[in-house]
Structures are given as C-alpha cells and as structure tokens.
Design a protein around this ligand. Structure first.
Ligand SMILES: [Zn+2]
Length: 247
C-alpha cells in the first residue's frame, strides 16, 4: 500500500475587493503572506493591516519602550513595500495577549470599520507545519479573528460598537489563515515575491537581532523555502498557502 499524494491546494478566491489582515505582531504578515498581499494590491484590491501589538517584546537586546515605536515604524514601511497604506495598532501587550471578549470586540470593531469580504490572519493552531509549538499570541489572535468575523455581523454581541457608530457588517465571506499546518488554498507567490522580500527586509532591526546572516540572503532564503514547500500541491509553482474558512 502506498500513501496517496496530498490533495492539490485550490486557488484562493479572487472575487473580492477589500481585505483586512489581523495579526499579533509586526513581521507576522511579512513572514506569512505579504507576497500574496503584493499581488492582490497590484490587482487593484484594497488591503488594510491591523496589529494587536507593536511587537515591543520581540527584540531581546532592546527594551520595550524603545522597541515598540521602532517596530511600529518598520511595520509601516513593510506594509508600504507591498502597497498597503492603512496600518493600525490595538496596543494589546506583546507576549501576553489574552483571548477573550475585549480582543474579539477590538477586532470586530475594525471589521465593521473596514467592511472586508476577506479577513486574513496567522496560524491559530497549536503547532506549525513542522510540529514546532506555536506562540500564545498567534493562537489568541487567530482564534479571536475567526470569531470576530462573525461577531462583527451580530448587533447584539457588542452593542456598544453600534453606539459608537459602527454598524454591523455581515459581509465577511472568508477567513484565510496563513502558515496553517493544514492549508487548503493558495495563491502564486511568483508575482509578489520580490516585494515580499523587500517587505520582510523592512524589519531590519528585528532581523539583525535575529540572525548573523546577511538580511537579504536570509529573507530571500526564508521566503523561497516557505513558498517552495507548496510546489508539489500547486502545479509546481511556489505558493502562499492558507487554510480557508468560508462563512
Ligand atoms: Zn508573531
């Protein structure tokens, strides 16, 4: 008996106009899916970013008071490198983001403001594809995003949002989870690859603290490997893969 080949990754839907990407930290989108964002923006779609924290606990050699503003600036530059201008921060505390009603409410409020059809987040599952343990911030934010996509459409769950003028938005059609260990869909990484590399390189302070390798060599290798791993399931092409939840 032989193992059957893994199922092909289906193409990501592209009949949408607005997306909101919601992640825990600066750099999550650049490691996860900014090559895909670059190609969507180039196609005329509107993508906005929402970060739960400023990543202030992410650099061992920099205290949070200095790291937060620096990483915010690097995140804005990384977004600009793929054509994203709207970047917002929720100011939850890096490293100890709590899953719960206040996080869901903050994300639901952003969904109502931006009215996206597609919501993007980072892996909410316990592990990454290689079996490594995920971090609690990614799990908390990813799960809250999946929940808030529905919360945003229910006028009774967070009635205080309507009092602030944020009317319910029940138009989220999909939530796409980047870097899931169980992806179902993908988009070609080729058109946006170079912009994806440049966006990751904008996190220069973070990369220089992370690795002694030349930052560009590191970014190109990392993104080449992480998109190349999906070739066998995507007609031989490098791909940004997502686990897609339809609503
Ligand atoms: Zn992260």
């Amino acid at each position: 008996m032989t193992d059957s080949a893994p199922a092909p990754l289906r193409s990501m839907p592209d009949d949408w106009r607005r997306a909101l990407a919601v992640v825990a930290h600066p750099d999550d989108l650049e490691y996860g899916c900014s090559a895909a964002v670059a190609s969507w923006v180039a196609d005329g779609k509107d993508v906005a970013y929402l970060l739960a924290t400023r990543g202030e606990a992410g650099i061992d050699t920099l205290d949070p008071g200095r790291a937060g503003p620096l990483r915010e600036a690097e995140q804005r530059a990384a977004a600009a490198a793929v054509g994203v201008r709207a970047v917002e921060f929720l100011d939850h505390r890096d490293g100890v983001i709590e899953y719960g009603a206040s996080l869901r409410r903050d994300i639901a409020a952003a969904v109502r403001r931006h009215r996206p059809e597609l919501v993007i987040t980072l892996n909410h599952r316990d592990t990454w594809a290689a079996g490594a343990w995920n971090t609690p911030d990614h799990v908390a934010v990813g799960r809250a995003v999946l929940d808030a996509a529905a919360d945003a459409g229910n006028r009774w769950i967070f009635p205080e949002l309507a009092e602030q003028g944020l009317v319910p938005w029940n138009g989220v059609r999909w939530v796409a989870v980047a870097n899931s260990p169980t992806p179902s869909h993908a988009v070609s990484a080729e058109p946006g690859f170079e912009q994806g590399v440049r966006s990751l390189l904008r996190h220069r302070t973070y990369l220089e603290a992370l690795t002694a390798e030349d930052p560009e060599t590191y970014a190109r290798r990392f993104l080449g490997e992480s998109t190349g791993v999906h070739r066998a399931r995507f007609d031989g092409a490098p791909a940004v893969a997502f686990e897609l939840f339809s609503r």
